[in-house]
Write a protein that binds this ligand. Structure first.
Ligand code: IPR
Ligand code: MG
Length: 146
């Protein structure tokens, strides 16, 4: 192994969550070296030994303070970000979930990573959306009907 191999970037696994409330989803404005200033789903890196569901529950709790229920797998996508300040590659697991308590509101638990969370109607999403989410929307994906 040479020095280059030691620092070679590798694909990582991420889990994102379509948290559904009525006809809305929860989005936050990212503060990150990937997708900065774009509206994205809660979620993040899969930790060693975690199930997709465990990761979804943990990430939503860490980022928004919300408890989720009915967490289920939707799909997997391959997301390559070569032109970002920090080039990266994620195999992204999309999950769908609902609020355990429908009255509970999100809190911005990681203000260094997000400007704040809010609910957005699926037919009236904010711009700009995070690239992978924007692609899904343009392809006609609908988290309410999959
Ligand atoms: P963390 O783990 O910091 O929540 O990661 P993230 O929100 O930057 O998500 C990483 C995967 C994205 C870029 C698809
Ligand atoms: Mg995150």
């Amino acid at each position: 192994m040479n020095g280059q191999d030691a620092v070679a970037p590798v694909p990582r696994v991420a889990v994102v969550v379509f948290l559904l409330k009525g006809r809305s989803v929860l989005l936050g404005l990212r503060r990150s070296s990937v997708g900065n200033s774009t509206f994205a789903l809660p979620g993040g890196h899969l930790e060693f030994g975690e199930s997709f569901e465990e990761c979804a529950i943990r990430e939503v709790k860490e980022e928004t303070g919300l408890e989720i229920t009915k967490t289920e797998f939707i799909m997997v996508t391959n997301n390559v970000f070569l032109d970002e300040p920090k080039p990266s590659h994620y195999v992204t697991i999309s999950m769908r979930a609902e609020l355990a308590d429908p009255e509970e509101e999100p809190k911005n638990m990681e203000p260094n990573k997000c400007d704040g969370w809010d609910w957005y109607e699926w037919g009236n999403l904010p711009k700009p959306l995070f690239g992978p989410l924007d692609k899904l929307v343009n392809e006609g994906f609908n988290p309410f009907s999959t």
